[in-house]
Write a protein of this length. Structure first.
Length: 490
């Protein structure tokens, strides 16, 4: 019997007890449009979805997880105008659309691995499912939900009574906005199911259809792929909060109009990662990727922990300082795990009891800030037997995915200066010569200050180093032992 989980359902705007209809639980996540690298904002959404999946698994469910690859049809404007992002990306890179799709898909898959995101069971590509999309549009046409304009086949939203319900749209204000870029559409909310190839230029990706040569609309792609791999009603459908208003509203309308069945039971949306300056957008070309984090010599999993500093339903502001702080926390968490052989059989009941606050947090709509705080409490508790503690961390890490039991590889070096100063440097990663010189210089000044009883200067240096996560211990033989974290900032 799986454990009880509560999830916030965008459809009802309420936290609900999760009761799936399928075994395994069907879970569909809108995937990347592969015209560029994923930015860390996109990755925040996939981390939240991964935590959701791990929580379901830990609660005793089996999960069938689908993430699609959008490799055609996502236009630069939600109003069904503008260029296809893929064709535009191919021009930018001077490659074929197929080549950039393959390249950015493989980069995306690597990002998931680097962030310990469990790979989905199925990765459908939109371009492999054109016939399913055409069939769905044919069904909608048969039922009278479509009309034709000079540039495509459109869904008539006025025929779908509950169109405004999901996103809580106000029909009055929508009508007021109808003057904007309507083209031949009958209503501003109508959307393209099939677009005709332009007559003035040749597209790289286009297909025959009963209505003419062209390509599918972005929304129909997800409806067709979701229905091909998961039975209706789909238990869970996720994405970023930007999808509520248009993409998911349209997925619901066309799927329910075509099948007459409920499309999805639980809708979960992750809030955005923002920069101080505002939104991070892939289309701007000015964004932070996981590779930028690696280049800054910060462990990529520190970003996963950084995402746990806010609830998935609240916006999170990115800063390098915040990420650096998460890198230190990750290192501290790992160093607090007792280094003991986990050979003893431990009663599951004992682990469950100690991890009760942790599980209460994750099963309460994935409250990761609370879950991480519960783990700190457990690690700080000296009364817990080290073997039991390590077993608890191992269980918690099945949800956290932070490699908390990773062996800390330490680099150690003993230096004796010509002035007789003895320093032992212990670091989590190999130090650059500049870092080494800077640290040694500071320790020398501190030692000299102590010898001349200038404790203000000595303490100031200790605090400065402490601010960088560097700790100092004065050993009885006069050696200064200095422990340095994996990434020394600045
Ligand atoms: P895309 O590749 O642009 O289709 O987006 C992939 C996923 O990332 C979608 O679920 C989006 O809703 C989500 N997303 C886009 N930008 C952000 C952001 N800044 N923060 C969090 N999620 C985002
Ligand atoms: Zn989608």
């Amino acid at each position: 019997m799986p454990r009880t989980i509560y999830l916030y359902n965008t459809a009802s705007r309420n936290k609900e007890q999760f009761e799936p209809v399928h075994d395994p639980v069907g879970m569909y996540c809108c995937g990347p449009t592969v015209y560029n690298f994923a930015h860390i904002g996109n990755l925040r959404t996939y981390i939240f979805e991964d935590v959701l999946k791990r929580v379901l698994l830990s609660a005793g469910y089996k999960v069938k997880h689908v993430i699609n690859i959008t490799d055609v049809g996502h236009l630069t404007s939600d109003a069904d105008t503008g260029e296809d992002k893929m064709e535009k990306g191919a021009q930018r890179e001077g490659k074929t659309v197929w080549d950039i799709a393959e390249f950015f898909t493989s980069r995306f898959s690597q990002n998931l691995k680097d962030l310990n995101i469990i790979q989905p069971d199925i990765w459908p590509k939109a371009t492999d499912h054109i016939s399913q999309m055409i069939d769905l549009v044919k069904e909608l046409e048969k039922k009278g939900y479509t009309y034709r304009t000079s540039d495509g086949i459109y869904f008539d939203t006025s025929r779908f009574d509950s169109y405004c319900k999901f996103a809580r749209l106000n029909p009055e204000s929508l009508r007021a906005g109808e003057r904007v870029e309507m083209g031949e559409k009958r209503s501003a909310t109508d959307f393209a199911l099939w677009k005709f190839s332009p007559t003035d230029k040749k597209r790289q990706m286009e297909w025959q259809s009963p209505w003419g040569v062209g390509f599918p609309g972005w929304h129909i792609e997800c409806s067709a792929m979701a229905q091909k791999y998961l039975s209706l009603p789909i238990d869970i459908h996720c994405g970023g909060s930007d999808h509520i208003r248009v993409h998911h509203t349209n997925e619901i309308a066309q799927s329910e109009a075509a099948t007459g069945k409920q499309f999805v039971r639980y809708w979960l949306h992750g809030e955005f990662l923002v920069l101080d300056k505002g939104k991070m957008a892939k289309s701007d070309g000015n964004f932070i990727t996981l590779d930028s984090i690696k280049e800054a010599q910060i462990p990529q999993l520190a970003y996963r922990l950084f995402c746990f500093t806010a609830h998935y339903r609240t916006p999170l502001t990115f800063s390098w300082e915040g990420l650096q702080a998460s890198a230190h926390s990750l290192q501290n968490l790992r160093s607090m795990v007792p280094d003991v052989d986990n050979c003893r059989q431990i009663d599951n009941g004992v682990i469950e009891k100690l991890l009760h606050p942790f599980y209460m947090a994750v099963y309460d709509d994935l409250n990761m800030p609370r879950a991480v705080a519960a783990l700190w409490d457990l690690l700080r508790d000296r009364a817990i037997d080290p073997v039991v503690k390590r077993a608890c961390v191992s269980c918690a890490d099945e949800i956290l995915g932070l490699d908390l039991l990773l062996e800390q590889r330490k680099f150690s070096e003993e230096l004796i200066g010509s002035d007789g100063v003895k320093i032992k440097l212990i670091s989590e990663s190999r130090l650059s010569d500049t870092d080494k010189i800077n640290i040694v210089e500071k320790i020398r000044i501190r030692k000299a200050a102590r010898e001349s009883r200038d404790f203000t200067t000595a303490d100031r240096i200790r605090d400065e180093l402490g601010g960088l996560g560097i700790t100092i211990k004065d050993l009885p033989d006069g050696t200064t032992e200095c422990t340095i974290p994996a990434s020394v900032p600045g």
